[in-house]
Design a protein around this ligand. Structure first.
Ligand code: GLN
Length: 310
């Protein structure tokens, strides 16, 4: 049994997790509603841990870029919250939805105000507001990720963005519906273009573990500047814990015990405030859209190290 010393032996923990994941039966299926992601082999796996000072450890395909998808919703939330503060919460809630990430059903009952910023409807509102403030939401996000990961090579995947645009009826419906309530400020086609480009960014586990570091450093960016107030960093972590894995957030908190955010590319980021950030990637998803091996690996990480918010 690997136990936590004053400095956790992250490399040994990661090596052990990779060995265990190798044996994992039934790894789910890649997201086939986005044709450009459907061909990914569910046995692929990588995982990275970054310490607040930027030291990074990894195992498997931890330097392999993958489609970040909804993981990016954490960063757009942070970017918008930093600009407009609490006024954001008049346009999007912060309660778990208990419904699938692309569900339309609650929006009509709740007058076009999405439950939280991590379901698609809520992320569309956040991206819309960020776009109004910056003139280029996807570009602001890419600049942020490049700066925080230290990787200037990060870029949009045009094929994935085009694939989502071609199969984007559900997101278009969400955006038009919210626009009818006055909760979208930009023309819907402009917003969808920004949102699909946002979701198409490719990055590796190492890149995302590093880019998430500001949430472990209580709002401080990679260069030492303050990105969020300490309180806002706590708020983003709290919304990740309660809403970051959609209608599986309760089970994720039970098994992993960390703020986390998944994406249908198979990535999941997680934060141990003050200690480290994690990113795991494996493209086989469960029926709620979360990586099967990814959740299992994070479950093992918090069990082996004892690092959790509980
Ligand atoms: N781009 C995907 C979509 O909008 C993101 C969903 C996800 O990763 N959960 O459907």
């Amino acid at each position: 049994m690997v136990t936590m010393a004053t400095s956790p032996p992250f490399q040994a923990v990661l090596d052990r997790i990779a060995e265990e994941i190798e044996q994992l039966p039934g790894r789910g299926r890649p997201a086939d509603y986005i044709p450009a992601l459907a061909a990914l082999d569910p046995r692929r796996f990588g995982m990275a841990v970054a310490e607040p000072d930027g030291a990074v450890y990894g195992v498997g395909e931890w330097r392999q870029p993958f489609s970040t998808q909804s993981v990016t919703k954490v960063y757009t939330l942070a970017l918008d919250l930093a600009r407009e503060g609490d006024a954001l919460w008049e346009h999007v809630g912060r309660e778990p939805s208990g419904n699938p990430f692309n569900s339309l059903v609650q929006l009509e009952y709740e007058n076009g105000i999405p439950r939280n910023p991590f379901i698609n409807a809520g992320a569309l509102v956040v991206t819309d507001r960020l776009h109004t403030r910056t003139g280029n939401a996807a570009g602001a996000l890419l600049d942020f990720l490049r700066a925080e990961s230290g990787n200037p090579e990060l870029s949009f995947d045009k094929e994935v963005a085009a694939s989502e645009t071609a199969h984007g009826d559900r997101n278009a419906a969400l955006a038009h519906f919210m626009a009818s309530y006055g909760n979208i400020g930009n023309p819907v086609p402009v917003l969808l273009d920004q949102y699909f480009r946002q979701c198409s960014i490719d990055a590796s586990c190492a890149d995302l573990a590093l880019a998430t570091g500001f949430l472990a450093r209580h709002g401080i960016g990679a260069d030492g500047s303050r990105l969020l107030t300490r309180s806002q960093a706590k708020q983003v972590n709290a919304v990740m814990l309660t809403c970051g894995t959609y209608d599986a957030a309760g089970d994720f908190a039970y098994r992993v015990g960390l703020p986390g955010k998944s994406g249908v590319g198979g990535g999941i980021i997680a934060v141990v405030p003050g200690r480290c950030t994690l990113c795991v990637w494996s493209p086989g998803l469960d029926e709620r859209g979360n990586s099967v091996a990814g959740v299992a690996a994070l479950d093992r990480f918090t069990t082996l190290t004892g690092l959790s918010v509980f």
